[in-house]
Ligand binder design. Structure first.
Ligand code: MTE
Ligand code: CO
Length: 423
């Protein structure tokens, strides 16, 4: 590949020329230099010498053994115990916008509930005309919808408030996943129960040992929340709330209660632990922001990044990343490779869906000098992702949650990338 690109402009045409030449064998057999033939082409590869495994070797398919490094990872010192802990989506290994089910980050407060769907019930009580209990079979008789949504934990990037901390976008930004949910509009279940006129809030509660619960205003419950039982076409994974979880599009992940067992309708919020002592933002003046549900627009460059250095040397380089907003779509992402001296509009590719991840690319010819990479998302409301300093000027230094500041990666002459902060 090195030889093929040498002296060529990184245009679409030269990529195609290179590929064609490699296919013909003329250039690629000597591409490793010194005229020595490339053994990957001229020697028999072992996998050509025997028949492969037949169908059904893996009744549930697994990725190639060469992809064994593509896994969720945790930061052991972050939490005292894995039961109430978090691991992170390997964003730097993914492309497009969909997170594969096995790679969706996990956040549990009391471990993964081992729910038997046959014994699981979803109840609606409180300020309703008719208290109701649904089995999983009952739920599947309601009309269902399919939507792709991101789920971002409010604590995503929380470690980065005071300065650059964790070396890799998996750890700085990996408390997010983006899947297609199949579920029933929550509105349909609430209408079935009949919300009384003084029913202004719902409380959603999980069946896990943590019994996690949150208050949600009735307007949101009636708008776009889903009672989801499938992700990316198959049943929810146990760690994502099997057999049923709440989907609260665009709002902080903590509200997306997993193993959902109860919905109570009330006339005021419950002031649960997760909306008082946690998931509130302490400001400089000693007061706290509360009920900050919506996730602000945010983006991150996933490649290059600390876990995904540039290994090919100078020349054509693909920069890519993801962007999202809890308020709509992402029509535009700007990218800089020189720490903000020059900004370029990135190329968006893939579906642009409401409250979903978006994928962007920026192809450039790397001259081998150090880079300062940043991305800046614009959402469909006109909101522009702030710098970390802009955020701190308003929110102070005590916060953990809702850090959507611009991320910087420094890339040195060797292509090694590092988490740094410049603005
Ligand atoms: N629901 C229950 N029942 N128990 C939990 O511990 N964690 C919450 C939320 N729902 C949690 C829960 C938090 S803080 C987040 S960020 C999301 O689930 C994480 O969802 P995931 O594990 O599918 O990534
Ligand atoms: Co969370």
């Amino acid at each position: 590949m090195d030889k093929i690109f040498k002296g060529m402009k990184p245009s679409r045409r030269s990529f195609l020329t290179g590929a064609a030449a490699a296919g013909a064998g003329a250039v690629a057999t000597v591409a490793k230099g010194q005229g020595a033939p490339d053994p990957a082409i001229v020697e028999q590869q072992p996998w050509r010498t025997f028949l492969g495994e037949g169908v059904d070797a893996y009744p549930y398919g697994m990725p190639s053994e060469h992809e064994a490094h593509v896994i969720r990872r945790s930061v052991p010192w972050l939490t005292a115990d894995p039961i109430s802990s978090v691991n992170f989506t390997p964003l730097h290994e993914l492309d497009g916008i969909i997170t594969p089910n096995g790679l969706c980050f996990e956040r549990h407060h009391g471990g993964i509930a081992e729910v038997d769907p046959a014994e699981h019930r979803l109840m609606i009580n409180g300020l309703v005309d008719k208290q109701m209990v649904f089995t999983m079979d009952d739920l599947k008789r309601f009309p269902r919808e399919n939507h792709v949504y991101f789920l971002e934990c409010a604590a995503n990037s929380g470690m980065e408030w005071a300065g650059a901390q964790l070396n890799g976008c998996q750890f700085t930004h990996g408390m997010i996943h983006n899947v297609m949910y199949t579920g029933i509009p929550l509105r349909l279940l609430l209408e079935e129960a009949g919300v009384k006129t003084n029913g202004k809030w719902i409380m959603v509660e999980g069946a896990d040992a943590a019994g996690m619960n949150r208050s949600i205003p009735i307007e949101k419950a009636m708008d776009d929340c889903l009672i989801a039982f499938k992700m990316n076409g198959e049943a929810l994974r146990p760690e994502q709330g099997y057999p049923v979880r709440l989907v609260v599009p665009g709002w902080e992940g903590n509200m997306w209660v997993k193993w959902l067992r109860r919905i109570e309708v009330g006339d005021q919020p419950w002031h649960a632990r997760e909306e008082t002592s946690k998931y509130t933002d302490l400001l400089e003046n000693g007061t706290a922001r509360r009920f900050t549900w919506e996730m602000d627009a945010k983006s991150v460059i996933t490649n290059p990044s600390p876990q995904a250095p540039i290994t090919h040397g100078p020349g054509p380089t693909v920069l890519t990343g993801v962007a999202w907003s809890g308020r709509g779509t992402i029509p535009r992402v700007d990218v800089t490779i020189d720490g903000g001296k020059n900004w370029h509009q990135a190329r968006m590719s893939g579906p642009s869906l409401n409250k979903s991840m978006h994928r962007f690319y920026f192809e450039f010819d790397w001259d081998g000098t150090p880079l300062l990479l940043q991305s800046r998302a614009h959402d469909s409301t006109g909101y522009v992702q702030p710098t970390k300093n802009e955020l701190r000027a308003i929110r102070g230094e005590n916060s953990i949650y809702h850090n959507n500041g611009i991320q910087t990666w420094y890339v040195n002459e060797q292509g090694i990338a590092e988490n740094v902060e410049i603005s």
